[in-house]
Design a protein around this ligand. Structure first.
Ligand code: ME8
Length: 532
């Protein structure tokens, strides 16, 4: 059953000292598909993304280029924003951590935490990962052999007079929360990693820095700036205006809290799964329902890294979109991406194979051969036959088309809702496969040679056309433009807030004009470049 309950989904906010690449495009596309699917199922969705603009790294990069950190942030934040337009992503807001609305609310949140005694001034010495701007515990430092797990550079011994968040005070509360919410971190393997690390015991975390100035000033202690991670995490709440309880935003948008999904990459799980819920507990705000930490895209079998220079950057992505189309890109991201606990390899050959197998040979071929036969045998007009009770195949016990597609629709929407996006794609595509199987089994092109069998041909093709239409309805969140193209050719339109009615069997009425369509065309295979 659909419901109109508000739903909130977020991407990480991306660092402006980097240019957009496949990783950013991937996470944002995942959220976009979920947001579209849930809106299509009648939910009131708020989808947030944005940029993370403070911190020592931004200060340093700006200095190297001889510009101000704000100028660097403006330039790169605009790049990230451009991506959203190029990719047709449907975020409801774009938050920047240098915006006054964010800065003001972060200060208010921090003041509340000082007042509650959760933030205090203290001294700290420990192992520090400079690249990640993160302290690691002594136990963890030993495990890591005193090297950063990300950059491989040695950890350094650092000492600071800082403000701290009393994370240690939340060990028991977090443990109870995790035990009561086994779905809080997904996939499950990632949750186990968090629980394992929790056993080391939680240390208090610094919330301010004094060794650089590009950040939000600590209220009442201007020599301190708020640590970039604390600043960044708050974006999820400041975008809804939750920090300023008197603000207009807070009243309008507060209904979206708590988030249904914080979608992130696996490398930033600790902040989201442990520090963030503890901060929210301290503020007495409800905790997010799920932190979904996907794995990484790697490139031709190798980790993508700045030093190797093998990131799939925006220009490369655009070349794929130019060749295969945006919806094919989205299909590949959703069905082949690293949503589970293992990394996914991006390769031009694999992209091409998936495009050809799923989109050209399955989806497009089915839409095209069905429309071509309706054109040939019925002058491009949908035959007027009720096919609801027709079985999808002659196999004993095969369901009727209406029962089969009804179940597929419910399952697809549930899978979208549960963030099982590749599974949702597969369930929707199973309708196309059933149409294909039915054509192969009944061979309407042979039956049509006998005028006495035209009623049967009409029944077969009417069911096929309706099957194509229902599949296109359910695939809309993943491939909005191509599905709209198929639906238009099949004389149908969509109510984008009512997937279930749209997907109901029998929507395509007899007499509707059906035009020939071929949503995905065969393209030339990429030339394989032998690696040196
Ligand atoms: O970490 N494969 O920002 P960031 C898949 N500002 N996804 C990838 C990826 C890859 N190879 N590389 C990056 C930050 N990502 C902080 C976040 S949130 C309060 C602050 C995606 O610009 C993935 O979602 O480094 C990852 O978590 C994010 O980009 C990191 O983006």
């Amino acid at each position: 059953m659909s419901c109109s309950a508000p739903a909130y989904i977020t991407t990480p906010i991306y660092y402006v000292n980097d240019r957009p690449h496949i990783g950013h495009a991937y996470t944002t596309t995942l959220c976009d598909v979920w947001a579209r699917a849930m809106r299509f199922d009648g939910r009131d969705v708020f989808f947030l993304t944005g940029t993370d603009e403070h911190g020592a790294k931004v200060e340093k990069s700006a200095k190297e280029r001889g510009i101000t950190p704000q100028a660097l942030a403006d330039e790169n934040s605009a790049e990230f924003r451009k991506v959203l337009t190029t990719f047709g992503l449907t975020n409801n807001d774009f938050i920047r951590t240098t915006e006054p609305r964010h800065e003001e609310q972060v200060k208010l949140f921090v003041q509340r935490l000082i007042a509650s005694g959760d933030i205090y001034l203290g001294e700290f010495e420990g192992w520090y990962d400079e690249g990640q701007e993160e302290y690691v515990t002594d136990t963890r430092a030993k495990e890591l052999e005193f090297k950063s797990p990300i950059s491989g550079k040695p950890l350094v011994r650092a000492k600071e007079h800082n403000y701290y968040f009393k994370l240690s005070g939340y060990q028991a509360k977090l443990e109870a929360f995790f035990a009561a919410n086994p779905g809080f971190v997904r996939p499950a393997g990632r949750f186990n990693e968090v629980l394992g690390r929790m056993r080391d015991g939680l240390q208090d975390v610094p919330v301010t820095r004094t060794n650089f100035s590009w950040g939000i000033g600590m209220p009442g202690a201007s020599e301190h700036v708020i640590y970039v991670w604390i600043d960044a995490l708050f974006n999820y709440a400041t975008a809804l205006g939750l920090g300023d309880t008197r603000g207009a935003l807070a009243t309008e948008r507060a209904k979206y809290w708590p988030p249904q999904y914080h979608v992130i990459g696996k490398e930033i799980l600790w902040f989201h799964a442990v520090i963030w819920p503890a901060l929210l507990m301290a503020l007495e705000l409800p905790t997010p329902k799920c932190v979904y930490a996907h794995s990484f895209w790697i490139s031709n079998g190798q980790k993508m890294s700045k030093s190797l220079g093998n990131f799939i950057d925006l220009a490369t992505i655009e070349s794929y979109i130019a060749k295969y189309g945006l919806d094919a890109w989205r299909w590949y991201m959703i069905t082949q991406g690293p949503l589970g606990a293992t990394d996914a390899d991006f390769s031009p050959k694999h992209f091409h194979e998936i495009y050809t197998a799923n989109l050209v040979n399955t989806f497009a071929n089915c839409a095209s051969r069905t429309s071509a036969m309706i054109e040939k045998y019925f002058g491009g007009v949908m035959p007027d036959v009720d096919t609801a009770e027709v079985a999808i195949s002659a196999t004993e016990g095969a369901p009727t088309w209406s029962a089969f597609t009804h179940a597929a629709c419910a399952k697809t929407l549930q899978q979208y809702a549960d963030f099982e996006l590749a599974e949702a794609a597969d369930t929707a595509l199973s309708i196309v496969r059933a149409v294909d199987a039915s054509i192969n089994e009944t061979q309407p092109f042979k039956l049509a040679k006998d005028p006495a069998k035209m009623a049967e041909v009409a029944r077969i093709l009417a069911a096929c056309a309706e099957g194509v239409r229902v599949a296109a309805v359910l695939l809309t969140p993943i491939m909005p433009a191509k599905c709209a193209e198929v639906l238009a050719a099949y004389g149908s339109s969509l109510d984008l807030q009512d997937a279930r009615t749209n997907a109901r069997w029998g929507g395509l009425k007899g007499g509707t004009r059906i035009a020939k369509c071929a949503p995905f065309m065969r393209v030339e295979a990429p030339t394989v470049v032998a690696s040196a």
